[in-house]
Ligand binder design. Structure first.
Ligand SMILES: [Zn+2]
Length: 102
């Protein structure tokens, strides 16, 4: 897994239902805001496919997502590639500055 730095650019999108999983700028990051609040950041690898996501919400399902924020990794050898939640990996996906969300 690569570092999530957003070196390929950072794109903010507003009130989309969800973020795309592929076809993005290499090594970029997208931040999804809903009602003005950051709900998810997603990082894309050199091939423009998602590698790592951070959710700032529990998807309305605190039982299944007891930890907020939490991360999901993408394993493109699996279907679906989005893997179950895990504790935030701040080493490979540092907290996003200036948003008060980490
Ligand atoms: Zn999640």
């Amino acid at each position: 897994m690569g570092m999530c730095k957003g070196s390929g650019g950072i794109k903010r999108v507003y009130d989309w239902d969800s973020l795309p999983e592929e076809g993005q700028e290499p090594n970029s990051r997208m931040d999804l805001f809903k009602n003005g609040e950051l709900v998810e950041s997603r990082c894309f690898g050199p091939d423009g496919r998602a590698i790592h996501a951070r959710d700032y919400r529990d998807h309305g399902n605190p039982k299944r997502h007891p930890e907020v924020p939490h991360d999901h990794r993408y394993d493109w050898s699996k279907k679906p590639p989005r893997q179950p939640w895990e504790s935030p990996d701040y080493k490979n996906f540092p907290p996003i500055p200036n948003l008060g969300a980490n």
